[in-house]
Design a protein around this ligand. Structure first.
Ligand code: ADP
Ligand code: ZN
Length: 615
């Protein structure tokens, strides 16, 4: 039995590598994993920031298996814990969880296992661990380490602040000498400092990996009147693939899911206010069925460990770059190509700005929030490599362009629209800042005046100077001027009127000293573009391998159903692809494949080998 392999007395990195291979089937540590593991195994505290899919869990699971005692993992969500415990058990690790939803008997069983020294890893909730009772109970046992997962939740600068996390600082006093490791996927410099302060990790070294996710293909798009239709097209072009669509409004999750279902898409809705049995039913189907598209609010996410999500569409913009990276990071965890497509609009930005202004938060916090909002929109609306932009935001230097995003692959991105900008600014000035967007556009294209004010301003020199652009194109130019902060919308009698927000800048644009760039050439933009999925999966496999891969997937689905676990707990797609390509004929050849460790080879090896010999 795996569990009876006694841990070495003074584990070395070679021991850790052997465990990585034997238990999890991975041949080598990736990125910073080895450094973190070595440091924690030696008893050190640490803060590790690894991108989603970077293999954070190995950083604490391996030391927990090798150091004497049970490893405690603080995890913010029951779904997340259940998933991890299930995956660990499938790999033959003695793992359990303790949370408020469990029956008394089940909790007692966990304590008996602790008492008998029959546990390697125990997952607990932050609420649970902030209670003195549980801490007191756990302190009777030998603890190998304490890991705080999703550690950004401790910081109010993080995007997912949870007050319960604040109490975790007390763990240092309660478990003196036990190494503590905080891990997260998203934390900028300020958040990292805050995590260290809150968790009393002041002197712990930081291990910060690159935030690069080379398999993510990113793009951003401005919203327009066709956004809803565009989203439908995007999903239909990706029919059969698993995706997540984030929307802001609860109502919209249901509506969009319904219209996708009408088109034959296997779509489900998810939001916080749904009855809890429906929530868990949808979550279960998302994880267990193939090709589900989840239309959700951001309530859906943390704890979603599904490796084969092929795209994330933000139908509304994310709240911050951290939130974006976390949300889009749920795509492509298996390392295969995946897309992130984010829509954003000027009104979304205005709405968020107003929320910040009107919030009761202290000025210092508001200041930080405003600057984060500006950074978010520079990213979404900017013309720099998207993946590069995120990496720089998280403090990486020496960043190369990704070569795959909308900016990198579109040489026409970024068009000098200064001539149109000048016309728009002149029109706003000549019309004495008394028109909203619609009326300014009518004025620019010289539409029949409608009302006394329009008629009066039709005398002005700017009337009809903008005939070269249609209404949609003019909307884009005005959006750009709003995004750039040259124009603003000010409400008068309930109508938003366009005003000059920054007279100096407007003057420089009018004099030709400062150019105005739009994302695309407004003359050409706005035509219906076909949406092409950038993720042509499995295309690279020859027909025979592809057929075998499909057979293996069918086998996996049956096996998972029979065991009542999600298919990816049996094997990830990437593992089955490797099996189909390598066609191993012996158990040891099978174990050469990354993701097949001892327990899985024992459990599934024979049926896979039998299946391979038949085909
Ligand atoms: P995170 O929590 O950082 O998003 P996980 O710990 O869930 O990431 O790991 C992401 C994926 O990478 C999993 O499929 C895991 O099995 C795989 N993985 C982790 N470490 C390694 C490694 N050293 N070699 C190969 N695959 C790995
Ligand atoms: Zn790029």
């Amino acid at each position: 039995m795996l569990a009876e392999v006694l841990p070495p007395l003074d584990p070395t990195l070679e021991d850790a590598q052997a465990t990585l291979h034997r238990v999890f089937g991975h041949s080598a540590f990736r990125g910073l994993q080895a450094d973190v593991v070595a440091h924690v195994m030696a008893g050190g505290d640490a803060l590790a920031v690894l991108p989603t899919g970077g293999g954070k869990s190995m950083c604490y699971q391996i030391p927990a298996l090798l150091r004497p005692g049970v490893g405690i993992v603080v995890s913010p969500l029951i779904a997340l814990m259940t998933d991890q415990v299930e995956a660990l058990r499938a790999a033959g690790v003695r793992a359990a969880r303790l949370d408020s939803s469990m029956a008394w008997d089940d909790k007692q069983a966990v304590f008996s296992a602790l008492e008998a020294g029959r546990l390697d890893i125990l997952y607990v909730s932050p609420e649970g661990l902030s209670s003195g009772v549980l801490i007191e109970r756990l302190s009777r046992y030998s603890i190998s380490l304490i890991a705080v997962d999703e550690a950004h939740c401790v910081s109010q600068w993080g995007h997912d602040f949870r007050p319960d996390y604040r109490r975790l600082g007390a763990l240092q006093e309660a478990f003196p000498g036990v190494p503590r490791l905080a891990v997260t996927a998203t934390a900028d410099v300020r958040t990292r400092e805050d995590i260290r302060r809150q968790l009393h990790l002041t002197h712990a070294p930081e291990f910060v990996a690159s935030f690069d996710r080379p398999n993510l293909i990113l793009s951003t798009r401005r919203k327009d009147s066709r956004t809803a239709a565009r989203i439908l097209e995007l999903v239909l072009a990706r029919q059969g693939l698993c995706g997540i669509i984030y929307v802001t409004a609860r109502k919209e999750t249901e509506e969009l899911a319904a219209s996708l279902r009408e088109k034959g898409v296997h779509a489900l809705a998810y939001h916080a206010q749904m009855p809890s049995d429906q929530k868990s039913e949808h979550l279960r189907r998302f994880q267990e069925e193939d090709g589900v598209v989840m239309v959700a609010t951001i309530a859906f996410g943390m704890g979603i460990d599904k490796p084969d999500v092929r795209y994330v569409i933000h139908a509304d913009p994310p709240k911050s770059i951290e939130a974006y990276w976390q949300e889009v990071g749920r795509a492509g965890r298996d390392g295969l190509p995946a897309e992130g497509i984010a829509f954003y609009g000027f009104s979304d930005r205005r709405f968020m700005a107003e929320r910040i202004d009107g919030s009761p938060a202290p000025d210092e916090v508001k200041q930080v929030q405003r600057s984060k909002l500006n950074q978010l929109y520079s990213f979404l609306d900017g013309l720099a490599c998207r993946r590069g932009g995120v990496r720089r935001y998280f403090g990486e230097t020496d960043v190369q362009d990704c070569g795959q995003c909308d900016v990198c692959t579109n040489p026409t991105m970024g068009h000098n629209s200064s001539q149109w900008a000048k016309m728009a600014l002149s029109a706003v000035i000549r019309c004495e800042e008394s028109f909203g967007r619609g009326r300014i556009i009518s004025h620019l294209i010289g539409a029949e005046p409608d009302g006394p004010l329009e008629t009066r301003f039709a005398e002005r020199s700017t009337f009809g100077i903008g005939k070269g652009l249609n209404k949609t194109a003019w909307r884009r130019v005005l959006d750009q001027l709003l995004f750039d902060g040259i124009l603003a919308e000010q409400s008068r009698d309930g109508f938003p009127l366009l005003t000059i927000a920054c007279p100096d800048l407007a003057r420089s644009v009018l004099k030709g000293e400062v150019p105005v760039f739009t994302r695309e050439d407004p003359v050409q933009a706005g035509g219906a573009k076909r949406s092409v999925a950038k993720i042509a999966l499995d295309d690279d496999l020859d027909p025979e391998t592809l057929a075998l891969y499909r057979t293996l997937r069918d086998w996996r689905l049956e096996t998972a159903r029979a065991a009542g676990i999600p298919p990816y707990v049996v094997f990830h797609d990437s593992v089955l692809r490797q099996v189909a390509l390598a066609r191993p004929s012996t158990t040891s050849a099978l174990m050469m494949i990354s993701g097949i460790g001892e327990a899985k080879a024992r459990r599934y090896g024979q049926s896979i080998l039998a299946l391979l010999s038949k085909t």
